[in-house]
Design a protein around this ligand. Structure first.
Ligand code: MG
Length: 202
């Protein structure tokens, strides 16, 4: 399986990092070794002193597809969950300054915790509240109405380049409020009021 991620999909987050709002989705990927499942802890990697949490809604592909039209994109995913796109911000800034790819800052082992999924059958995809608490304090909150590119637009866009397969995950971008994580932090993600993801930082 593969993990595709969208960067800069919430304008307030693009602004907080000093980035322009993109015309097309910004796409990068992570290997399956980035995944942390079932509440496995996250170990801060030794090459970074500034790893940030990015809470993101994640869709799970349930049907093989390529070159999917936006109007049919909804048929290619049936579950949504929460993940964290851990980012070594110091490393990313170094790579960005040199015009280099972001993988070393984004795709390292354990950089993609994933939580539980829920069926989207009765969910309004354009109005999903989600949030992240760090040590019990609200640090990030978003609503899908703030997305620059919708789930359907993202599925359609990425499938022009990559064949989507059953089980592939798409991390759909983070709202504002990213910040550094430290050893001992307890991260908990919510869709609405429902706890969907727990991650301990070690
Ligand atoms: Mg992200």
């Amino acid at each position: 399986m593969k993990i595709l991620c969208v960067g800069r999909n919430y304008s307030e987050h693009a602004k907080e990092l000093g980035n322009a709002v993109p015309e097309n989705p910004v796409i990068f990927s992570k290997p399956d070794t980035a995944l942390l499942k079932n509440g496995e802890p996250f170990y801060i990697p030794s090459f970074s002193n500034d790893v940030h949490h990015e809470i993101e809604l994640v869709i799970k592909i349930n049907k093989v597809g390529k070159k999917i039209q936006e109007k049919f994109a909804r048929n290619y995913f049936s579950e949504i969950g929460l993940g964290i796109d851990f980012t070594a911000r110091d490393k990313q800034n170094e790579l960005k300054a040199k015009g280099l790819p972001w993988e070393l800052a984004k795709a390292f082992d354990g950089s993609a915790p994933i939580g539980n999924f829920i069926n989207i059958e009765n969910i309004d995809l354009k109005n999903i509240d989600f949030s992240l608490q760090k040590n019990g304090q609200l640090v990030q909150q978003g609503n899908t109405s703030q997305m620059i590119f919708s789930f359907e637009q993202i599925v359609s866009f990425v499938s022009q380049y990559f064949t989507l397969k059953v089980g592939d995950l798409i991390y759909t971008g983070t709202p504002a409020g990213v910040s550094q994580v430290n050893i001992g932090d307890h991260l908990e993600g919510f869709i609405g009021n429902e706890s969907m993801l727990i991650c301990e930082v070690k």
